[in-house]
Design a protein around this ligand. Structure first.
Ligand code: PLP
Length: 502
């Protein structure tokens, strides 16, 4: 309605709405201003966390100190409403810096030796940016031939690294959890498991398997399937002989062995299960062999990794996380399946709205091979760095991390810590276990050491429980982590040990 009471024409309403929606389409100048502000924010952040000063003490980032010390981290975000009117760019940048970039851990920083963090490779971030700005469609070949062929190349490259034949297929998921889930669904359908079979069906893994395996079984409707934990050796690796015994026992008891999940690089200690021995058993028993190499996978680019993971080529499926051992930003886990037809059988589907794509179907699309239809253009974040840089710097960085873990283990033992088994990959475990201190007090001591390092904030080490004892982990994985950062960790541990031991 106009002020004089006459109805507003459709044409006039369209004109006004277009003007009101105009902020959604910034012009080139506005884009420059936005881009500059975000780029400067990213540069300030990188200068702080990834300071490459030679002297760690002078320039090492505060990876966790502020978080540990803050009472209610990131609470400022809760006070910022999603309102009808937008906020000023400077205010929003300040809010982001204070409430998002500052609190919590800094997984891209070289001192982040906790959990398993790859580091947010810059080239990959730019790939993600370009994918998002262009919004090219990665789900189906008909409208997204470039993204689909790119994903196909990366899956093929990964399948080649694993040693799978030409029949292999796969896809880029959001991470290891979803990729492992997709593998379990594929193994379920490949063996035709049904409701009435479930209670007598058995899957096998170890106590060291990632919890997403258990979760994948539940999500796949297989909560009734028994997940047996096979005993491990001193290095926390599955014992193939114990696997064979468990399977024989189950067969004798009328149960049906179905799936073996081996881990190539456990989350806690980086242990690689003996894949050849396990493949022998799985093959003989007709079990689907899945290898969860979410952390360890791309160490296949190194000689040590290939030796440790020999036998992975005999798996039926494998998961490798580029957001761990290829240093990508969060959001990439690859599943490869030896017989790609089984992946397609488990994940096919369509609808009438896709009939144009059906008619133009030349290439199998990720949507035919995975639970997802529309997804981010993940391939570009992986392809850009690999093609721009080549694989050599990745192999060198991974070999460096393997060596850093061995170096750290030797040096921390020299300081007087009790060390875990020699690392298969880039995680070393250790604890203070003085002979004159009882186990409960030793646990408390190690907890105090971890807490003290967190308060200092320059190095972030995480802890776990191994064989019932509080244990500290040093995981060298971010690409920016080098010897000086590990030396700083050793220096701080030496100081804390002196404090503990008086
Ligand atoms: C990290 C990890 C996972 C889970 O992967 P996300 O990418 O975090 O979902 C699964 N298995 C292993 C061995 C892992 O280290």
């Amino acid at each position: 309605m106009e002020p004089d009471g006459t109805p507003t024409s459709i044409e006039e309403r369209l004109r006004r709405l277009e003007a009101a929606a105009r902020p959604l389409e910034p012009d080139a100048g506005a884009r420059d201003r936005l881009h500059d502000a975000i780029r400067r924010l990213a540069e300030r952040y990188l200068a702080r966390i990834a300071n490459d000063a030679e002297s760690p003490a002078a320039g090492t980032p505060d990876v966790l100190g502020a978080y540990v010390q803050a009472a209610d981290p990131a609470a400022g975000l809760l006070e910022r409403p999603i309102a009808e009117r937008g906020a000023a760019l400077d205010d929003v940048v300040a809010l982001l810096e204070r409430e998002v970039l500052e609190p919590g851990g800094h997984p891209a920083s070289p001192g982040h030796l906790a959990y398993l963090s790859g580091g947010g490779l810059y080239h990959a971030a730019l790939g993600a940016y370009l994918g998002a700005v262009t919004n090219k469609y990665p789900g189906i070949f008909f409208t997204g031939p470039g993204p689909v062929r790119m994903e196909d190349r990366l899956v093929r490259w990964t399948a080649d690294l694993v040693g799978f034949p030409d029949t292999a297929a796969g896809y880029i998921a959001s991470g290891g959890s979803l990729a492992n889930f997709t593998a379990v669904v594929t193994a379920r359908d490949a063996r035709g498991l049904r409701g009435s079979d479930l209670a007598s069906t058995v899957a096998y893994t170890t106590s060291q398997a990632h919890h997403c395996i258990d979760k994948a079984l539940r999500l796949a409707g297989l909560a009734e399937v028994e997940l047996r934990r096979i005993p491990t050796d001193a290095g926390h690796r599955m014992r193939p002989a114990a696997l064979a015994e468990a399977i024989a026992e189950d067969r004798a008891g009328g149960r049906v062995p179905w799936l073996v999940v081996a881990t190539a690089g456990t989350t806690d200690v980086g242990a690689v299960d003996p894949l050849r021995g396990i493949a022998d058993v799985a093959e003989r028993e007709g079990c689907w062999l899945h290898v969860d190499a979410a952390y360890g996978g791309y160490f296949l680019l190194t000689e040590q990794g290939r030796e440790r993971m020999a036998g992975i080529e005999r798996a039926d499926s494998a998961v490798l996380d580029p957001h761990k051992s290829l240093f990508l930003p969060w959001g990439a886990g690859i599943l490869v399946v030896r017989d790609g037809a089984l992946l397609a059988d488990a994940h096919g589907g369509s609808g009438p709205y896709l009939q144009d794509a059906e008619n133009a179907r030349a290439v199998v699309s990720p949507a035919d091979l995975s639970p997802e239809l529309t997804k981010p253009f993940r391939a570009l974040a992986m392809w850009l760095p690999l093609v721009l840089l080549g694989t050599r710097p990745f192999a060198a960085a991974l070999e460096e991390k393997l060596l850093l873990a061995r170096y750290f283990r030797r040096r921390v033992a020299e300081l007087g810590f009790e060390v875990g088994p020699p690392p298969d990959l880039s995680v070393a475990t250790f604890r203070l276990a003085p002979s004159d201190v009882n186990p409960a007090e030793a646990d408390a001591m190690n907890r105090r050491i971890v807490d003290a390092l967190r308060r200092d904030g320059r190095i972030f080490l995480s802890s776990t429980v191994l064989d019932g004892r509080f244990t500290i982990r040093m995981a060298a994985l971010p690409h920016r982590t080098h010897r000086r950062h590990v030396d700083l960790a050793l220096h701080l541990l030496g100081e804390e040990m002196a404090t503990e031991r008086g």
